[in-house]
Design a binder for this molecule. Structure first.
Ligand SMILES: C=CC1=C(C)c2cc3[nH]c(cc4nc(cc5[nH]c(cc1n2)c(C)c5CCC(=O)O)C(CCC(=O)O)=C4C)c(C)c3C=C
Ligand code: FE2
Ligand code: FE2
Length: 342
């Protein structure tokens, strides 16, 4: 009889805030061809020849501002999710990171040591992207084939449009929204536009109206659509009018065109349009991390206030909220049941 286990996957963090550790992490991350999707030689020239010369020192400084006694917030929160989930399911739960440690391989090995032969692997990303969901699945399959051919893996699919998730997100936001706010900004991590064209199996996404449409053949791989859809479902549940809601994309890197509008541009321009009291949420992330705690809560807040904004409320990610752990459990159980059907 096959033994089942759950593997929760998150992005990963450097092992410490030392510049050398941040450099090693960024090297692994940015040399992933699903993240910087240039031919190897051009990727190496850009990453190792340019980005890694200056970015590690800058990022290490930023990591220092969010680091806790227990370590990187992203890792600490993922471990808390694991511990809470473990109390609610009767199969072993492990974690793995796409970059750095504990790696996906470590996570699979920990399950295998417990006698597990069927794994429910949960990429902790609500929306599909080549640089998140796809690279996780590709890496896990590579490791499985090379090192654990006897193991079977079932993958939890992106859940951006699932009621159980958008209900949970809407409730979490509702509890944290300030009494008075002029707008709620949904800031998602950005990706280069090219990634969306590349992963569109129908080659029909025009990066324009089609991403807003309810039904379009490109949607199952269109990160931009999936972000708009998450927003739409959540604001309906919150009962917020569309004119009180803004969507934008953060964290762009390099000179390529990334999906628009950009969060930093929004933060600099909306106070001039009368939005002085802003609430902001980052639903591409399920756990708070450098990109939410530093880029948005500190840098973003400064930008907004300097541009004439008055009140800036950052709404934390779902982190280890109990209702979110229940969502994870249900999504994993669906996969556990799939195994029984096979
Ligand atoms: C949530 C989804 C994410 C997508 C999509 C994504 C795409 C993406 N990211 C980079 C470059 C960087 N991202 C960095 C940090 C970072 N990114 C995500 C998530 C997504 N990235 C998270 C959760 C984090 C935080 C990690 C942490 O330890 O807290 C960084 C490193 C930090 C920095 O120097 O700013 C880089 C670089 C690209 C190029 C990309 C798509 C192509
Ligand atoms: Fe990122
Ligand atoms: Fe699209």
């Amino acid at each position: 009889m096959a033994k089942k286990g759950i593997l929760l996957i998150n992005l990963g963090s450097p092992r410490s805030t030392a510049v050398e550790d941040v450099k090693e992490y960024l090297d692994e991350f940015l040399m992933d061809e699903k993240v910087i999707d240039y031919r190897w030689i051009f990727r190496a020239l850009l990453v190792q020849g340019i980005i890694l010369k200056t970015r590690p020192a800058k990022s290490a400084q930023a990591y220092k501002t969010v680091w806790t006694d227990e370590g990187s917030p992203l890792i600490v929160i993922t471990k808390k999710i694991q511990q809470k989930l473990q109390k609610r399911v009767d199969v072993p739960v492990e974690i793995g990171m796409r970059y750095a440690e504990p790696s996906i391989e470590t996570g699979i090995r920990n399950l295998v040591k417990k006698g597990i032969t069927e794994i429910i692997l949960f990429p902790l990303y609500p929306q599909y992207a080549m640089s998140t969901t796809e690279t996780v699945i590709e890496k896990a399959e590579e490791i499985r084939k090379k090192k654990f051919p006897e193991v079977r893996i079932n993958y939890v699919q992106p859940f951006y449009n699932r009621d159980l998730y958008t209900d949970c997100l809407a409730e979490s936001i509702r509890e944290k929204l300030p009494e008075n706010f002029d707008a709620l900004l949904f800031s998602y991590h950005g990706v280069p536009e090219r990634h969306i064209y590349k992963t569109d199996p129908t080659k029909t996404c025009n990066m324009n109206d089609c991403c807003y449409k309810d039904a379009h053949p490109s949607h199952s791989f269109c990160y931009r659509h999936q972000c708009f859809k998450t927003t739409d479902l959540v604001i309906r549940k919150l009962g917020l009018p569309k004119d009180k809601v803004i969507v934008s994309f953060q964290s762009r890197l390099g000179k390529d065109k990334w999906i628009e509008p950009y969060t930093d541009h929004k933060l600099e321009t909306i106070p001039g349009k009368g939005i002085k009291n802003l609430a902001i949420v980052c639903p591409a992330f399920v756990s708070d991390c450098l990109e939410t705690l530093e880029e948005i809560s500190v840098e973003g807040k400064e930008q907004f206030l300097e541009a004439g904004g008055e009140n800036f409320t950052y709404i934390p990610c779902l982190n280890d909220e109990d209702r979110w752990i229940d969502v994870i459990r249900t999504l994993c159980e669906e996969q556990l049941n799939q195994f029984y059907l096979l």
